[in-house]
Design a protein around this ligand. Structure first.
Ligand code: WT7
Length: 664
């Protein structure tokens, strides 16, 4: 879309369940209400508002006096510095004391029917036991603990057990390879690793302990490995002295562990993000500020009320799992869902059956899953009762309008709100998103800054703030907020270099964005995915959106490749819907049609130079398309692809290489 075209997109009214549903939205009923609320949370009163929220939403063991200190300029951010606060107490004890029988976790096991509800009382006992076990292992405040666990409710307990005693957890997504795990354990020098015999996903077992054992061959500092017996596999390797069963150790310790007195700025967790270059960065979050951002955004972005049942489908190994599965919902004392399976196991109706079974009020997933399900038709979503849903969330990448509409029509059935939520590992919690009772949505736009946040779009070259509407620039944030990360683990200089030095005084997201005439923000994707054709700036996401509008297209990935004539040229990789019929011997005809499609939706200058029809795209296990790989293959550097261990299906790389070679 040209910048002007964003202005033409229709808004969707606030949906019925946000106007006259069972709960009155916290912020509504319209844009004016949002504007008023937002204005009170930035500017001269901002600190007072943050302080009020911190006192209202969290329990402090010792009150803070200072609200905010430090700045992006000086890279010394701190919030509530005299305050003492325990995240585990906030997420578990207060609710367990109030009502020990209230459901804390809805565990939806891989096999349908094997679900289990874990109460706050039970969670407090499990968290306490694991915390006591960690203490017996000699873990104390400030130590790191690596968590390589499947999607089980005990993994949530593991996070909270670390938080309880002031240990810094470092979760590693269970889809990561041994080598990736080894590097992440070593980088933060964990002496203790928590894992399970096996994970289970889509009916298949994942040999987590075996993968961990392989990794640990290269981790000389690790002294203790606590192993959850999850599948009960007979085939578990054992290193005597180092390895201990979770249930055996837990049986030795009391069911209660007092929470440690911790400073608001003590570390809560590290989470590694793979930057575009170099080794992964251990992004570091601290307790008080992070927890406030998590609780506040769940409350207002998802409009969560005390009896809600929140369902975030993300894996615990990603920031979305940390903030929107564990800390946010539990800090508010609501039920949260641990979903162990896949969207299509045993059938594509799995998500909808889960929502129906547990009467989930909130369903939060990624566009990649929506596109996958959309490609499988509508019949799978039609039989479930989805009337409990009030808010549906999307996160992780720009959502194609087609996917947005599919969610709205078939999942929300035009009754529920859709929130396209933008955030990053670094921002800790959502920074741009609609508020469901106040903001009319435009499909594909993450809409407006969250309460307490002030953004700017900068000219990437001059670094000057762009004013007015119809402008496009790099997205930055102006003032610190509580849940912004504090540093890169053991590498503060890298933190400054990547995020705070590019535009002094601002936090640099690395994303480009447009502001339309209504002040709505359209995230265009990473600035490194922006391509320039004959001086025309295009986002790869935009061309992908155009391609996906084509009836038979399921997914598309676009990259910019160097071109003698135009600077860069568009290369598009496309997968087709399963039911789409075409003659595979006549791919050129289909490719031509797809080029026409892009010309039609965006304009002739955006025409792909090459279209590759492939059975799949290289993706990380979290579903992010790895354009880097296609870029390298196109650039003739297919032999220098580096570490492919994070790919869901490494085999797809060879298929793509062959395709590209054949079309050269
Ligand atoms: C990057 C952060 C935080 C979600 C999990 C990924 C992209 C995230 C959106 C959205 C457009 C989005 C950005 C961002 N992104 N949400 N709603 N619309 N883009 O976390 O791995 O730290 O990735 O994901 O490019 O910079 P992450």
């Amino acid at each position: 879309m040209s910048n002007a075209a964003y202005d033409a997109v229709c808004t969707h009214p606030i949906p019925p369940r946000m106007r006259n549903g069972t709960e009155v939205p916290f912020i509504g009923p319209n844009f004016e209400a949002y504007k008023k609320a937002h204005a009170e949370t930035v500017g001269p009163n901002a600190d007072q508002w943050w302080a009020q929220m911190a006192r209202e939403l969290l329990h402090w063991d010792r009150p803070f006096q200072t609200i905010r200190s430090g700045s992006f300029k000086t890279g010394d951010i701190a919030w509530f510095p005299e305050g003492y606060i325990n995240a585990s107490y906030n997420c578990v004890d207060r609710w367990a004391f109030e009502d020990p029988n209230k459901t804390a976790i809805i565990y939806e096991a891989d096999e349908p029917g094997n679900h289990k509800y874990i109460s706050y009382g039970e969670l407090l006992r499990e968290v306490s036991r694991v915390a006591n076990v960690l203490k017996r292992f000699g873990v104390t405040k400030g130590d790191t603990v690596s968590v390589y666990m499947p999607m089980t409710w005990q993994a949530v307990a593991a996070f909270l057990a670390c938080a309880r005693i002031g240990a810094v957890h470092s979760a590693v997504f269970p889809g990561f390879s041994s080598e990736a795990l080894r590097d992440r354990i070593n980088d933060c020098r964990s002496r203790v690793v928590l894992t399970a015999d096996e994970g289970r996903r889509g009916g298949k077992a994942i040999a987590l302990k075996a993968l961990a054992d392989k990794a640990l061959e290269g981790c000389p500092h690790v002294e203790h490995v606590l192993v959850l017996k999850h599948t009960g596999s007979e085939n578990v390797g054992w290193v005597a002295g180092r390895d201990k069963w979770w249930h055996e150790e837990s049986a030795k310790v009391p069911n209660y562990c007092p929470p440690e007195l911790l400073n608001s700025e003590d570390g809560l967790f590290i989470l590694y993000t793979s930057g575009s270059t170099g080794k992964p960065k251990g992004i570091m979050h601290t307790i008080g500020g992070y927890l406030l951002g998590a609780a506040l955004s769940v409350k207002y972005v998802f409009d969560v009320h005390p009896d809600d049942r929140f369902g975030c489908m993300a894996d615990l190994g990603w920031i979305t799992g940390h903030t929107y599965l564990v800390y946010g919902p539990l800090a508010l004392g609501v039920a949260t869902t641990v979903f162990e399976s896949t969207p299509t196991y045993p059938t594509p109706a799995r998500f909808w059956e889960t929502v129906d079974r547990h009467r989930l009020t909130h369903f939060h997933t990624a566009p990649t899953a929506v596109r996958l399900l959309r490609r499988l038709g509508e019949s799978h979503v039609q039989n479930a009762d989805l009337s409990s849903l009030r808010v549906i969330g999307s996160v992780g990448e720009p959502i194609n309008p087609e996917a947005w509409h599919w969610l709205n029509d078939h999942v929300g059935r035009r009754q529920a709100a859709i929130v396209d939520t933008f955030f990053q590992t670094e921002t800790g919690s959502i920074v741009v998103s609609p508020l469901p009772g106040a903001i009319e949505c435009k499909p594909g736009s993450a809409t407006v800054p969250f309460l307490g946040h002030e953004y700017a779009l900068l000219d990437p070259v001059t670094g000057k703030e762009l004013e007015g509407s119809g402008v496009e620039g790099v997205l930055v944030f102006k003032n610190t907020w509580p849940s912004i990360a504090r540093t890169v683990w053991q590498d503060h200089n890298r933190w400054l270099d990547v995020y705070l030095r590019p535009y002094p005084g601002y936090f640099y997201t690395g994303d480009g964005a447009v502001r339309d005439k209504d002040g709505y923000i359209w995230i265009k994707g990473r600035v490194d995915d922006v391509i320039n054709i004959s001086g025309h700036r295009l986002s790869t996401a935009e061309i992908e959106s155009a391609l996906i509008l084509y009836d038979g297209v399921a997914e598309a990935a676009v990259i910019g490749a160097n071109d003698e004539l135009t600077g860069q040229a568009v290369h598009a990789f496309v997968t087709l819907k399963r039911e789409f019929k075409y003659d595979p011997t006549d791919e050129p005809a289909l490719a031509k049609e797809l080029v026409l499609q892009v010309r039609k939706v965006i304009g002739p200058f955006a025409s792909p130079k090459k279209i590759y029809i492939t059975p799949d795209l290289p993706k990380t296990r979290s579903g992010k398309i790895m354009r880097r790989i296609m870029r390298k293959i196109i650039a003739g550097e297919g032999d220098q692809l580096g570490d492919l261990s994070t790919l869901a299906e490494p085999g797809v790389v060879d298929v793509i290489k062959a395709k590209v070679a054949a079309s050269a």
